[in-house]
Design a protein around this ligand. Structure first.
Ligand code: FES
Length: 146
């Protein structure tokens, strides 16, 4: 009788412990998952478009470099239209910059020059810059993941 009572008590304690572990996993796990993958981000990834900034942060003629899909991209406001081109030179991978004064993208390494659409104007670059499709919604800039 005493041993049966001990077994019942042990079973009960085991269930309580398992229950407590499950409850704490839920209490910790759900907020952690929501923190790592916010719902808006999940929806936007599914929609294959990613928010990368605000139009109001890039006055006409200026640029901003952002990360998209782990790659640097230059957003350029050119006459009110936002263009998005790779910030990496196709020649040897140098980091490009937008020259606001002349409205061109320049490579500091071997002086390749590109226009706002990423086409080669001059220099050793063997190909134009990768371009990205942009969508604007409520002042927010999205790059479409293709
Ligand atoms: Fe840009 Fe050579 S790396 S021109």
């Amino acid at each position: 009788m005493a041993s049966e009572e001990r077994e019942n008590r042990r079973d009960f304690l085991n269930r309580v412990i398992v229950g407590l572990f499950s409850l704490s996993a839920l209490i910790i796990g759900v907020p952690l998952i929501r923190f790592l993958f916010p719902p808006s981000q999940i929806i936007e990834r599914r929609g294959r478009k990613m928010p990368v900034g605000k139009v109001s942060d890039i006055p006409d003629g200026s640029s901003k470099t952002v990360l998209f899909d782990g790659r640097p991209v230059i957003l350029i406001n050119y006459g009110g239209k936002i263009n998005a081109v790779s910030a990496i030179c196709p020649h040897m991978g140098c980091f490009l910059r937008w020259d606001e004064k002349i409205g061109q993208i320049k490579c500091p390494c071997h002086f390749a020059v590109f226009n706002v659409n990423g086409s080669v104007i001059s220099g050793p670059s063997p190909e134009p810059l990768k371009t990205y499709r942009v969508e604007i919604s409520d002042n927010r800039i999205f790059i479409i993941k293709e």
